[in-house]
Design a protein around this ligand. Structure first.
Ligand code: FES
Length: 241
């Protein structure tokens, strides 16, 4: 019986990448430093594959978060070529051959590309991001029309990766500000016809660390969601004209 030997052969499309990574290993580094790596990859590889190749073949100490590898868990958000992205959603062909990677701005760095997400999730919890409704349960589900569901559809897509928050200058300037991801997740429930906690969330978001500090843009229609929350605070209603 013939024996197949698996060998990885370079295709004609293989490219050489020069990857510059901001490193910080607290046991040895007084401050972050840059380190260069050279690695080959296919244009259709994801950038997460590139990081894995570096870690598995060149430097096992390189540290970053990842889990699902399919843009669902939100754990591998990082700043790639100056823009916050999920490493598993970016293809090598879209990055060029000189690539710079660093942890997201606005978060404390724990190690290499891993940032401390605790303050982010603390702010997220603050807006009560879950359905609030103490009314007696109906005999069946709490029904909702397709148009009522569509009202907050966009803000259900947030995967809490922190990319919008880490690219927001208002967050960089004021660590107390609740940040765009929290407002997006408040929006998801404020505009849900089944929810009864909207007034409470609007109260939370109307204080000095709430929506009024927003100045910027990103991703999911974050700015539109924030504007809708501002209008709901100003006019005291979530109804559309
Ligand atoms: S690893 Fe889960 S979103 Fe990228």
């Amino acid at each position: 019986m013939a024996t197949a030997t698996a060998t990885k052969t370079a295709s004609t499309t293989t490219r050489t990448l020069h990857v510059k990574i901001k490193r910080y290993q607290p046991e040895g580094d007084a401050k972050p430093r840059w380190q260069d790596f050279t690695v080959t990859a296919e244009p259709t590889d994801r950038f997460l594959d590139v990081l894995n190749t570096i870690k598995w073949e060149q430097d096992g100490t390189l540290t970053y978060r990842r889990s699902c590898a399919h843009g669902v868990c939100g754990s591998d958000a990082m700043r790639i070529n100056g823009r916050n992205r999920l490493a598993c959603k970016v293809l090598v062909k879209d990055l060029g051959t000189q690539i710079t990677v660093e942890p997201m701005l606005g978060f404390p760095i724990i190690r290499d590309l891993v940032v401390d997400m605790e303050p982010f999730f603390h702010k997220y919890e603050k807006v009560r991001p879950y359905l609030i409704n103490d009314e007696p349960l109906p005999a069946t589900e709490r029904l909702q029309s397709p148009s009522e569901r569509a009202r907050y559809d966009d803000t259900t897509k947030c995967i809490l990766c922190g990319a919008c928050t880490g690219s927001c200058p208002s967050v960089w300037a004021n660590r107390e500000w609740v940040g765009p991801a929290s407002i997006v997740n408040a929006h998801r429930f404020i505009f849900d016809s089944r929810d009864r906690g909207g007034a409470e969330r609007l109260e939370i978001l109307s204080d000095r660390t709430g929506v009024w500090r927003c100045r910027t843009i990103w991703g999911i229609h974050v700015t539109e969601a924030i504007e809708e929350v501002k209008r709901a605070i100003m006019y005291g209603t979530t109804a559309t004209e």
